[in-house]
Design a protein around this ligand. Structure first.
Ligand code: ADP
Ligand code: MG
Length: 702
């Protein structure tokens, strides 16, 4: 019976009606009472705090003032009309402005009566004003002052046109809670509420809208954040358990000749401790009888490829095949070359399959895969194509995971009866909280140590006007025998203009660095793969000194003699992209540089990104800033995850501790009741079902 209360359509609430209900539906997706009460305030105002006029500047958020209103003036004609008035307290006065409801304001506001004014200051012609303030007579206000906190709700222009401002939503909430307070059913098991000392859902929801005290507000917000994060984690962990039960992993029981020969004869350097640790973690996984699903995080240049190769060799040693999937053709080719060279003398059949592999060659690959003759296949998305069938695929490595979706990861499984072991690698470090969520179903390994002898890249920011100086610097570096990348942004929406930028840039670079003294490689998305590859190879071999490119070179490309990365219009790149690009240099022993060129016009976020790049080389630190600037839904790799990031109250960049706690609790519960059969946990089952219905994509595929 109480559940039904939550499903009451909002048009039946006091003070709403069908017209307002319609706008609320359209603008805020609020259909029934339940939607409404989960529409949370975005902040709170301390109603006991008043500002005086002389304290105000235009940067303040919503504030409260006490004073009198006088001097009404109507300015302009017809639709362009506006009403102004003067608001005065004993420290000064400011202007109030109304563009709408002018008649009503004029009639209802009394001169020389004390009012409480509420609004956001702004400035026009250097004068402070408040547009469309909310106004209450002081006596009335005092009567109604039951709460010392006022909740503020986000609204939209369309809502405001229908007079649904923050205060109106507040009133609608009041109307809803007057009906349902005390009847909101609990969504967490009682034992959890007791054990964790949480407030009930009924109390929490009420206090989030109408805080009865700071303490209750805190506890209520905590309870709601916990619940939101808890159910996401419970879902992820439950899927993970299900998968482990369902799929047996191939057991790679031995480390054999290939691995050992490689380790003692072919390994060109000694492994870093971090690499050793990760190889051990992988060995433990693949020997366990459970299918491995491991994420390998390691900053650009930390040596993930080598670790991948060793995992692959363990598979081959146990008579299984392996494949290695890269996000771009350039990268696939590069991996193929690197691995082939490293495996020199080991007599392992290795091949490359990409979109441009010729038909005849393709046929051979297909046949050799089926017969088991081909042991290692490197490639791009082409590997996922249905025709590619393996005899016994035991290990899949996916490089730069953020470029692939979960769905693609899942597809690789279909190539076998039993899913192969999977190692996904990413150089885009993601904050811990996000990793727990986006990759919450994976075990995580981290390479947190760079190979010895690397010098940190120096990052410098220049405005476009300093271009000549930058050219001078390039010239000096080339004289020292180094190579230079110059990268232009390529954003889909403005592709034409971007190519124009690249062409113009190329022209001026060619003029500054004329042949035959200098030579330049160009790589961009409009070129044919073969052309790209040819141009790339000239640079790799050191036959060209400058590489002008769009972001196709972003991931993975490895030319250790290149020591300068110049990024044009750097303000247009995201942080993780900038970090990736910078990772292309600093791979040899020479001091390397990253030069960020921008125009003078920088947005706040743009400036913050550039500053962050100049200040730190630490990928994890950068990813934290990225998360704060963009929110989790926009971080690379998260979109494909199927996780709903429009959390209603939790915040992945701030609620790290709550998330970790929620994950631990979910883990504990599943440890005692893996399939959630116990009576006391039925409420969890019910809630998981409800949530997965609300978010169609919520369930994890892999
Ligand atoms: P990423 O983690 O970005 O994929 P790579 O695997 O491409 O990095 O490695 C970057 C460079 O470091 C390569 O040239 C590789 O040969 C080299 N490298 C890897 N491991 C070591 C090591 N232990 N000692 C020295 N150099 C290493
Ligand atoms: Mg790599």
């Amino acid at each position: 019976m109480p559940v039904e209360f939550l499903k009451i359509e909002i048009q039946y609430l006091k003070g709403i009606g069908s017209k307002k209900a319609e706008v609320l539906q359209k603008e805020l997706n609020i259909y029934v009472v339940e939607d409404l009460i989960y529409y949370f305030p975005y902040k709170y105002i301390d109603k006991t705090k008043f500002y005086s006029v002389n304290q105000i500047d235009a940067h303040l958020p919503y504030i409260q003032l006490k004073g009198k209103i006088s001097n009404f003036q109507t300015i302009g004609q017809a639709r362009k009309q506006r009403l102004t008035a003067t608001f005065t307290d004993n420290t000064g006065s400011l202007e109030l402005i109304w563009f709408k409801g002018i008649k009503w304001v004029k009639e209802s506001i009394k001169i020389n009566v004390d009012y409480i004014l509420f609004g956001k200051p702004s400035s026009f012609n250097n004068k402070i004003n408040i547009v469309h303030p909310e106004i209450e007579e002081i006596t009335k206000h005092d009567e109604k002052l039951q709460f010392s906190f006022l909740s503020l709700y986000n609204t939209s222009e369309k809502l405001k046109k229908k007079y649904i401002n923050s205060k109106a939503i507040h009133n609608i909430q009041q109307s809803a809670f007057s009906t349902i307070k005390g009847y909101i059913p609990e969504t967490l098991p009682n034992y959890l509420i007791e054990k964790l000392n949480l407030v009930s859902l009924d109390e929490a929801l009420f206090n989030v809208h109408f805080p009865q005290s700071i303490d209750l507000l805190k506890k209520s917000r905590y309870r709601l954040k916990f619940e939101e994060l808890f159910y996401v984690q419970l879902n992820i962990l439950k899927q993970k358990i299900l998968r482990k039960e369902k799929f047996k992993g191939y057991v790679f029981s031995k480390v054999g000749d290939y691995f050992n020969t490689f380790y003692s004869h072919n390994l060109p350097f000694s492994l870093t401790n971090a690499q050793k640790r990760v190889v051990k973690e992988i060995r433990r996984d693949v020997g366990s009888g459970k299918q491995m699903n491991r994420l390998l995080q390691g900053d650009v240049g930390s040596g993930k490829t080598l670790v991948a190769l060793m995992a692959i060799l363990i598979a081959v040693d146990n008579n299984y095949q392996a494949c290695f999937m890269a996000p771009t053709e350039i990268l696939a080719i590069q991996h193929f070359k690197t691995l082939s060279k490293m495996l020199d003398g080991l007599d392992i059949n290795i091949n490359l399959l990409t979109g441009s592999t010729k038909k005849a060659q393709r046929k051979i690959i297909h046949e050799q895969l089926l017969s088991g003759e081909l042991k290692i296949l490197i490639g791009t998305h082409a590997l996922i194509e249905d025709v590619v069938k393996f005899k016994n695929l035991g290990m899949v490595v996916i490089d730069e995971q953020h470029r692939f979706g979960v769905a693609q990861r899942a597809l690789m499984w279909k190539k076998n009866i039993n899913p192969p072991h999977i190692l996904v690698m990413t150089a885009t470090p993601i904050p811990r909280t996000l990793a727990m969520t986006v990759y919450g179903d994976l075990e995580v390994s981290v390479i947190d140590e760079m190979p010895p002898g690397r010098k940190p890249v120096k990052t410098i920011h220049y405005y476009d006007s300093k271009r000549l100086r930058v050219f001078g610097f390039i010239e000096k570096q080339i004289q020292l025998g180094r190579q230079i990348y110059i990268v232009y942004p390529l954003i889909k929406e403005s592709e034409k203009m971007d190519y124009k930028d690249l062409e113009d840039g190329l022209e001026s670079i060619s003029r500054a660095f004329p042949s035959p003294k200098y030579s330049i490689s160009v790589v961009h998305g409009k070129m044919k793969p073969a052309e790209k590859e040819k141009s790339m190879q000239l640079f790799v071999k050191g036959q060209t000194q400058i590489m002008v490119a769009t972001t196709v070179i972003e991931v993975g490309v490895d030319v250790s003699n290149a020591s300068v990365m110049i990024i044009e219009s750097a303000e247009r790149f995201g942080l993780s992209q900038l970090h990736q690009l910078r990772g292309r240099v600093g791979r040899g022993g020479d001091q390397s540089y990253c030069i960020l060129m921008t125009s003078y016009k920088l947005s706040n976020d743009g400036r913050k990104r550039i500053e962050t790049m100049v200040q730190t080389n630490d990928g994890f630190e950068i990813s934290e800033v990225d998360l704060k600037l963009r929110g989790p839904g926009d971080i690379e790799g998260t979109q494909q995850s199927g996780i709903p990031f429009d959390f209603k109250i939790a915040n992945l960049s701030k609620d790290t501790q709550i998330l970790q706690y929620a994950r631990n609790i979910a883990n504990d519960i599943l440890e005692n009741d893996a399939s959630l059969n116990k009576e006391e946990n039925q409420i969890l089952v019910k809630q998981l079902k409800k949530l997965s219905k609300d978010n169609v994509n919520w369930g994890y595929i892999s």
